[in-house]
Design a protein around this ligand. Structure first.
Ligand code: MOS
Length: 729
């Protein structure tokens, strides 16, 4: 029944190039699209369950001290109120998607302002909200804690450090060099759908309807928090209104809803408010980054240094992996890198939209632009000159790379050759500039399972606990199964988002499509073998298309071959030697044209282009959409996105979509995306690499580099808001 496949050797067969149905790669619509746009897709907070009551979370007013609820009894007696819950399990294992850590933040001690420390449950939402707002939270015996990264205690992350050759010497002897410090602020994931959970108990069995990215892990986290066996927990999450990292792990409302539902014996629904999403789920760490680049007279890098400082709460293990792509993006034999984690009492830091590269590649790409200007060569030429033959630190081969083609083809598509000189182009009051940057992101394969059933009527069903967080999972898994089994797209039903189904890799780190897709592929190959056995032909000689099998000069409907039976196979992929034998990464290039207002410093992105290579593209439409989304968030990083923390207590002062400005339609011009043909045999049998996050990994630098081209101003402190631009003009 179970087909296990371990990715130990390159997959050179490229079967998906030859399947007769021809679905994989096509720009097919999402099957879940109509239900989403007509409002009939049921999101986490929309389930209507008999007897359901409502909870509202309560925040800590300060960042240190023992929490007590001063008027708890009075609040518990308010109209409709059913429970006031303060429980140490509330915040166990917050939000990063691991169930192996001891609780760091409990509900009885405050570690940051905005931390969720209690739940008030009432018959209806309005009563719960009123009671929650009436609760007086008191902090006692608080210590004075640091909320400022500049004064916080430093913990060097030794495992991230690189020291190769002699960077100091290379800088000293360089024909050209740059040594620059940039900073990036904290970012919020800001999914459109706030975190929400509805918990229902049936005896000892808990069902949670929630909005999460990685259900296999989330189920373990919830069981772990409650002290029950994971078998007792079912999580249902068929539609997720965006995650961007903030739903990789549980957020506090899930545990709170489960505890309350158990205590009350009724279903409990808890949704975070928008400010709570901003204050208490996850932030990307702010970073300070120093980049040193040394080059010879021809612009060949002789050295590359990247030192970064990030932050998190005391005890939290996550450190924004800023250097992740700096290890392999460019050549240069003298290399020095370090990552420092400072401990402070801002909200928890974790994965947000391409952790590491989104800000790390961005700053490296600014420094490369500074070097190109210093040398006086074209920024594209500088990159082309420094593409490494092999991984510059490990010496391993790249599994595949079309970095060079992305730079060349992107420059061509954008019209880079027409780039104006520094401060050269003006249209009325607007200064026009062009900028570019490279894109890079690591590629990963993760363990994943899926069951595929070929049904007696000749249709198929794909089942896995994989999620679709807006990425297109429903579309691509159906395309893979359809191609492998020779079925039109609408003859394949894809069922996702339920821990009752085979456990998948989940949606994270851009690995979802390749990992869950491979499990579907492996299951389908096993079904093909069984069909071939029935027909007494060799499996490769079986041509499947439109629900019919053609073999040995005859054609027969699958339903006839099945003769009332069904064939069900469980595909199970685990990563193997190919994850270590080579360097696996995706690459690309961004090009942007901006207009900067000469009087105000306001920047408008006029157009932006991205060329990307990420192995086989499984669906040209959903892949393009991922890149558009990444580039849009790149505009956000460049110009508007910044979490603001009060320097006195570290609380988030812009905790809503109005003041934490994600680019909206008016900020985003026509974006163009080119997806280059590529096959990566080392990645998986689909030859596909992850594309979800590639579009953001460096994108902001194309815009700030364009601002420099337009104005001569380098803003080294993101975002490049108009006050910073005008100050330099
Ligand atoms: Mo992603 S930030 O790993 O959801």
């Amino acid at each position: 029944m179970t087909e296990h496949f371990k990715m130990d050797a390159p997959a050179t067969e490229h079967r998906l190039d030859d399947m007769a149905q021809g679905l994989v790669g096509a720009p097919l619509d999402r099957p879940d699209g109509p239900s989403k746009v007509t409002g009939t897709a049921t999101y986490a907070n929309e389930w209507q369950i008999e007897g359901m009551v409502h909870g509202v979370m309560v925040r800590s007013p300060g960042n240190s001290g023992k929490v007590s609820l001063a008027n708890r009894d009075a609040v518990a007696a308010m109209p409709g109120v059913l429970a006031v819950i303060q429980d140490d399990r509330l915040l166990r294992n917050p939000a990063q998607g691991t169930a192996d850590a001891a609780p760091i933040q409990g509900a009885r001690h405050a570690d940051y302002t905005g931390q969720l420390i209690a739940l008030v449950v009432a018959e209806n939402f309005e009563q719960a909200r009123h009671a929650a707002q009436s609760l007086t939270v008191v902090l006692e015996n608080g210590e004075t804690v640091t909320v400022d990264p500049d004064t916080a205690a430093v913990e060097p992350q030794e495992g991230q450090a690189v020291d190769q050759g002699d960077l100091g010497g290379a800088m000293r002897d360089a024909a050209h060099s740059v040594d620059v410090v940039y900073s990036t602020p904290s970012h919020s994931s800001s999914p459109m759908e706030p975190h929400a959970s509805i918990a229902t108990w049936d005896g000892d069995d808990l069902t949670l309807r929630g909005s999460y990215q990685m259900l296999k892990y989330n189920r373990n986290e919830l069981a772990d928090a409650l002290g029950i066996h994971p078998d007792r927990v079912r999580i249902i999450s068929p539609f997720v209104g965006g995650g961007f990292g903030s739903k990789l792990g549980l957020s506090p409302e899930a545990v709170a809803a489960a505890i309350a539902a158990q205590e009350l014996g009724r279903p409990v629904s808890v949704a975070l408010t928008r400010p709570q999403v901003y204050e208490a789920t996850m932030r990307r760490s702010e970073t300070r980054q120093r980049v040193r680049l040394s080059a010879d007279g021809d612009g060949r890098l002789t050295g590359l240094g990247h030192d970064a400082r990030v932050s998190n709460l005391p005890g939290e293990t996550f450190a924004e992996p800023v250097l992740q792509a700096s290890h392999f993006l460019y050549a240069g034999s003298n290399r020095q890198m370090s990552l420092d984690l400072v401990r402070l009492h801002r909200m928890c830091a974790g994965s947000v939209r391409a952790p590491g590269e989104a800000v790390g590649v961005t700053v490296l790409e600014n420094a490369m632009d500074e070097l190109a200007h210093e040398i006086g060569i074209d920024p594209v030429a500088l990159r082309l000159r420094n593409i490494p033959e092999t991984d510059p630190e490990s010496g391993k081969d790249f599994s595949s790379s079309r970095f060079r083609e992305a730079l060349e083809s992107g420059a061509e598509a954008f019209g880079w050759a027409d780039r104006p000189g520094l401060k050269e182009r003006r249209e009325g009051e607007w200064l026009i500039g062009y900028g570019m940057a490279s894109a890079a992101r690591v590629n990963m394969l993760m363990e994943s399972q899926a069951r595929v059933t070929l049904l007696p009527d000749g249709t198929a069903r794909v089942e896995t606990d994989m999620t679709d967080i807006g990425t297109g999972t429903y579309a691509i898994l159906g395309q893979i199964a359809g191609d492998m089994l020779g079925l039109p797209r609408d003859a394949v039903t894809v069922v996702l988002g339920d821990t009752g189904l085979p456990p998948s890799a989940g949606s994270g780190g851009s690995w979802g499509a390749a990992s869950s897709g491979t499990s579907v592929y492996v299951a389908c190959e096993a079904i093909r073998r069984q069909l071939a056995e029935r027909l007494d032909v060799a499996e490769p000689d079986l041509m499947l298309k439109d629900g019919r099998a053609t073999y040995a000069n005859q054609t027969q409907a699958l339903s006839d071959i099945l003769n009332g039976d069904e064939i069900a196979k469980l595909g199970h992929v685990t990563p193997g030697d190919t994850s270590k034998a080579v360097r696996q990464a995706t690459f690309g290039a961004y090009f942007a044209e901006v207009a900067v207002h000469a009087a105000t410093g306001e920047t408008r992105v006029r157009r932006m282009h991205g060329s990307f290579a990420a192995g086989r593209i499984l669906n040209a439409k959903t892949a393009r959409s991922q890149c558009l989304g990444g580039m849009t968030f790149g505009i956000g990083i460049a110009l508007t996105e910044e979490m603001a923390f009060d320097p006195r207590d570290g609380h988030v002062t812009n905790h809503n979509l109005a003041e934490y400005h994600i680019p909206v339609n008016a900020d985003v011009p026509q974006l163009t995306v080119e997806l280059l043909e590529e096959r990566d045999d080392w990645a998986n049998p689909l030859q596909a690499k992850g594309i979800g996050e590639l579009g953001i990994c460096g994108a902001a630098a194309a815009i700030t580099n364009a601002i420099f081209n337009a104005t001569g101003v380098r803003v080294r402190d993101y975002p490049a808001t108009l006050d910073k631009v005008i100050a330099g003009m």
